[in-house]
Design a protein around this ligand. Structure first.
Ligand SMILES: CC(C)(COP(=O)(O)OP(=O)(O)OC[C@H]1O[C@@H](n2cnc3c(N)ncnc32)[C@H](O)[C@@H]1OP(=O)(O)O)[C@@H](O)C(=O)NCCC(=O)NCCS
Length: 273
């Protein structure tokens, strides 16, 4: 028999370990230690009292991580350990999680799933999720660009506010202003004119571009290109990563500076509750 327990009843280390085991043999290697897990909780508004450990005959076999903001919740992760997959546990748990979200008075549930993840896509469509758009990622190694513009550093929280105001209203959860505002140093935010970005610690060899924004009235003037090239020039000899969470309609900003699309893409999906 299957059952669910609140994640808040489990020690953080045990839950993080179960999450890692739920993502064994995944499309990208996932290892979630306690620190990484605590950052995820804070940044993505994951609610441990609404998140669930999935048990089969009393044994933990999976997790469903649920994030919540206002009327909306997000399935932040769902993972079933290898030896319990493809036996209906995921489908059973997903139906319960949807019922619980309705009972909490929420109006929609969101998620992102790797497009190439057949079991995941099938499961979420089966319980009623609809595709909103494709999300894409990019990469470039050591782009050679001369310094022409200086970057002005700004408070990450201010960038969060600007994204909330100027960004697409249905941005994927991890790109929303509410998420961006939760980033802290060593991540850094920069602007040139009315173009803004957030990057992970630029002292590292690999740097993630976690947000790019051009104010509505300044779009169409090539500012995102100026900004990204200024990043490449001011922090040379880096491998730059854009994880596959960006709406496909934003892809041109990365393509125009020579970044290459990653093989893995995602579907942004939603379910009206
Ligand atoms: C995706 C996952 C959560 C699904 O849980 P599960 O318990 O294996 O799912 P179910 O047994 O309920 O199967 C769901 C559907 O996917 C199908 N399916 C399962 N494995 C499949 C595979 N490898 N290829 C294609 N379809 C598959 C099942 O047949 C079922 O469809 P059906 O109801 O029409 O028969 C689980 O496989 C998993 O943890 N994978 C690794 C982590 C992950 O991908 N998480 C999701 C992204 S957040």
């Amino acid at each position: 028999m299957n059952s669910l327990s609140p994640a808040s009843e489990f020690p953080i280390s045990q839950f993080a370990d179960l999450l890692t085991r739920g993502f064994e043999d995944y499309f990208v290697p996932i290892h979630i230690d306690e620190d990484a897990f605590l950052t995820m909780l804070r940044r993505d508004s994951i609610d441990l009292s609404a998140s669930r450990v999935i048990l089969r005959e009393g044994e933990p076999v999976g997790v469903g991580l649920v994030a919540r903001r206002g009327w909306t919740s997000r399935l932040a992760a769902m993972g079933i350990v290898v030896n319990a997959r493809n036996e209906g546990v995921g489908s059973w748990a997903m139906e319960r999680l949807i019922e619980e979200a309705k009972a909490r008075g929420e109006k929609q549930m969101l998620l992102e799933v790797i497009e190439q993840n057949m079991a995941g896509v099938k499961l979420y469509e089966k319980v009623g999720f609809k595709k909103i758009r494709r999300l894409v990622g990019y990469k470039i190694e050591n782009p050679q660009v001369e310094v022409r513009h200086q970057l002005e550093e700004m408070d990450i929280r201010e960038l969060g506010r600007l994204v909330t105001y100027h960004g697409l209203p249905d941005l994927p959860w991890q790109l929303t202003g509410a998420t961006i505002a939760q980033y802290t140093p060593p991540a850094r935010a920069f602007r040139i004119n009315e173009a803004y970005c957030l990057i992970s610690n630029p002292s590292a060899a690999d740097v993630a571009i976690s947000s790019v924004l051009v104010k509505t009235r300044s779009r169409g003037a090539g500012l995102s290109r100026v900004l990204l090239q200024a990043l490449f020039a001011n922090f040379p000899n880096k491998i730059w990563h854009v994880s596959p969470i960006y709406p496909e309609e934003m892809a041109f900003i990365f393509e125009q500076v020579g970044m290459k699309r990653e093989d893995i893409s995602q579907w942004q999906m939603s379910l009206a509750l």
